[in-house]
Design a binder for this molecule. Structure first.
Ligand SMILES: Cc1cc2nc3c(=O)[nH]c(=O)nc-3n(C[C@H](O)[C@H](O)[C@H](O)COP(=O)(O)OP(=O)(O)OC[C@H]3O[C@@H](n4cnc5c(N)ncnc54)[C@H](O)[C@@H]3O)c2cc1C
Length: 470
């Protein structure tokens, strides 16, 4: 009897399909394996067979998919919302930070091509010298979708990845759930760009320890309209280029702190930041904050309800206390509360704060970062910042886990400590690791090799050809 270990992980229970959730099962005979296979395929029919499947269509994911497809890999992207952009479009997080240091690009290639394309569409304003990118949320979605489709990527939107099938440590397929029911996508290589490391978690990749349980808070961003965006107050803080003053709106912060001090019952807050959305009278507001665990459905749902209350509390306080906001109203809340920190894999190499701030250059450096290390307190109103003097590096080894031959990760869930993540989590940096993961995945497909055997010199050469600044 042949001994095989084929496992199905379906960590989400689907009503009426409990029979399918045999997870994790260790099968010992071909007959049993075939029978289980037959059941799985009946309940989750094969929808596509790919070279590269990218899970998550945020800043890391959509760039990864474009990068892989442009290298000739048959690529699919799975996204649970009906549009791409991740936190930029589902969290109203702005601006895209940071592409440059003193007018010199630090992150180039496809991420920068996206910015220039969005600018041409009238949807981006580049704030030099740091190249923070203010953007129009709707044009961001359109630009993403155009570039993904032009690259020839198959899209599976409105589709949540809910499980995976494995042979040992190799991922055979992912199971998605959408209006068609459950479906299966097989692939040679998978890239986890879910932010929360959902696929890596389902595949049982070890995650970074978090002994004190501290994570950066969630913030529920929203669009406030009817704001006097021509006023001096807003003009001083709506931009992040450091020219007009700090982006954190100090006069509003001081007033809110004084109110709290005087005993007014206000929730904790961060900033606040009033970010340019390229429409006169409207700003994206980042002010609310509460500790939340985005990987626990009940906890996250409950905190999101509290944060929604906080949005309206702060909108009222702004309206009542500042002439610039006297006519303001909440015109839109983001599709979901924003997430700054959750799971990160234990990769072949973990980027530490020490390496990061000291600009450690690795042989396999594949991307950069220049945003400050920026840690928001999960409780209270403060934030710790360490500015970088030189752009830091990210090694390829932070995108792969030992022993998992066909899994890459990119974006917020790469292998870093908490401090290094607090810089690398920003969207330009996530796009940079996405670009590298997509190129590496295509190389694995072309060479038929494991992600651990990627020729990093060739990978770096490809990335440089595209314009990456390494
Ligand atoms: C309040 C707040 C303020 C911030 N401020 C800034 C800032 O000013 N500048 C900046 O650059 N960055 C900022 N950030 C950080 C930045 O937005 C995120 O770290 C970044 O977007 C992470 O990119 P990502 O691609 O890794 O993940 P995400 O942007 O989270 O994208 C992940 C995507 O995967 C999808 N997905 C997740 N799970 C599944 C699944 N199981 N199946 C299918 N799809 C799935 C999601 O819907 C999403 O589209 C901020 C974050 C927050 C929360």
């Amino acid at each position: 009897m042949t001994k095989i270990s084929r496992r199905l992980f379906l960590k989400k229970a689907v009503a009426g399909l409990a029979v399918m959730a045999v997870s994790p099962s260790l099968l010992t005979s071909c007959d049993e394996a075939e029978e289980t296979n037959r059941k799985i395929r009946k309940l989750a029919p094969l929808a596509g067979n790919y070279d590269v499947v990218v899970v998550g269509g945020g800043p890391a994911g959509f760039i990864a998919a474009i990068a892989a497809a442009r290298q000739g890999a048959k690529t699919a992207i799975i996204e649970r919302y009906g549009f791409f952009g991740g936190m930029a479009t589902i969290g109203y997080v702005a601006p895209i930070s940071v592409f440059a240091l003193k007018n010199e690009l630090v992150i180039g290639g496809i991420p920068w091509e996206f910015v220039k394309r969005l600018e041409q569409m009238g949807g981006a304003f580049i704030e030099w010298p740091k190249a923070n990118i203010d953007f129009d949320i709707e044009l961001y979605k359109l630009c993403c979708q155009r570039m993904i489709l032009e690259a020839g990527v198959d899209i599976y939107t409105h589709s949540s990845m809910v499980g995976c099938e494995m042979s040992g440590k190799s991922i055979d397929s992912v199971i998605i759930e959408n209006k068609n029911g459950l479906e299966t996508l097989t692939s040679k290589v998978f890239i986890d760009c879910t932010g929360d490391g959902d696929l890596a978690h389902m595949a049982d990749v070890p995650m970074q320890p978090n002994p004190d349980g501290e994570v950066q808070p969630s913030s529920f961003c929203f669009i406030l309209s009817g704001v006097d965006t021509d006023s001096e107050l807003l003009n001083k803080c709506m931009y992040h280029n450091g020219i007009n003053g700090p982006s954190q709106c100090r006069p509003v912060r001081e007033k809110l702190l004084a109110m709290k001090e005087a005993g007014v019952d206000l929730p904790d807050f961060g900033g606040p930041w009033f970010n340019n959305v390229m429409h006169k009278g409207s700003v994206a507001v980042n002010i609310t904050r509460r500790a939340a665990d985005s990987t626990d459905n009940r906890n996250f749902s409950a905190v999101e309800c509290q944060l929604r209350e906080d949005i309206f509390t702060f909108a009222r306080v702004l309206k009542e206390n500042f002439k610039e906001f006297k006519d303001c109203y909440v015109s839109s809340t983001a599709p979901q509360a924003g997430i700054r920190e959750s799971r990160r894999i234990v990769g072949v190499h973990t980027v530490t704060a020490d390496e990061y701030v000291n600009t450690f250059h690795y042989e396999d450096s594949i991307s950069r970062g220049i945003h400050p290390i920026d840690i928001h307190a999960s409780k209270g109103t403060h934030q710790t910042r360490i500015d970088l003097t030189r752009p830091a590096y990210v090694p390829y080894r932070a995108l792969i886990a030992p022993e998992y031959p066909n899994l890459l990760v990119a974006g917020r869930c790469i292998s870093t400590d908490r401090q290094a993540l607090a810089s690398l989590r920003v969207m330009a940096s996530c796009m940079g690791t996405g670009q590298a993961a997509g190129a590496a995945a295509a190389q694995c497909v072309a060479k038929g090799c494991a992600v651990q055997d990627v020729d990093t010199a060739a990978l770096v050469a490809t990335l440089k050809e595209w314009g990456a600044v390494l």
